[in-house]
Design a protein around this ligand. Structure first.
Ligand code: FES
Length: 161
């Protein structure tokens, strides 16, 4: 009788060890990326607001930083975000021709193209840094851009520093 108790206890401890191993491997598989989103105040941020007021669900992986214009985003902000723990970065701007400061988004997209070359030098995949356009009325588009970016970064896995 005493032996069977001991055996049962031992079986349970083996099951516990197995379960904790399974739990750990599940934690590794369910990677949730940290993404920083720089959103222009006049269009993209308003688009995000529209998605929010319409209660459109989207993943909570993106931390939003509101800037007055995408032209305000220094490439150093993006490099700092990657250095300080982001797995991905998004820059969302007004559509071409809609920038409230006329040329801000044109400058932003030029800087973005140069930045991609720099990121490549650092071994950071281009898919981790997305530039896109979202207007104030495009709540659905905002949600789909977020979903696509989170999916792409999840596929890449955590950024190795
Ligand atoms: S004001 Fe939106 S990109 Fe310039």
């Amino acid at each position: 009788m005493q032996n069977s108790f001991f055996i049962k206890k031992k079986e349970n401890s083996n099951a516990d060890a197995f379960n904790s191993g399974t739990k750990k491997s599940c934690e590794t598989v369910s990677f949730e990326p940290k993404i920083i989103g720089f959103l222009c105040n006049w269009c993209s941020y308003a688009g995000a607001d529209k998605a929010g007021t319409a209660q459109k669900p989207y993943p909570p992986n993106v931390s939003v930083i509101r800037v007055m214009c995408s032209g305000r985003i220094d490439p150093q902000f993006i490099l700092d975000a990657f250095q300080k723990g982001a797995d991905g970065v998004m820059v969302l701007a007004c559509h071409p021709g809609d920038c409230h400061y006329k040329e801000g988004n044109y400058r932003a997209v030029q800087r973005y193209r140069l930045l991609l070359k720099l990121l490549k030098q650092f071994g950071i995949e281009a898919e981790r840094c997305r530039f896109d356009y979202v207007s104030a009325g495009e709540g659905d588009r905002f949600v789909s851009v977020i979903n696509e970016t989170v999916k792409a970064v999840k596929k890449l896995g955590p950024l190795k520093r």
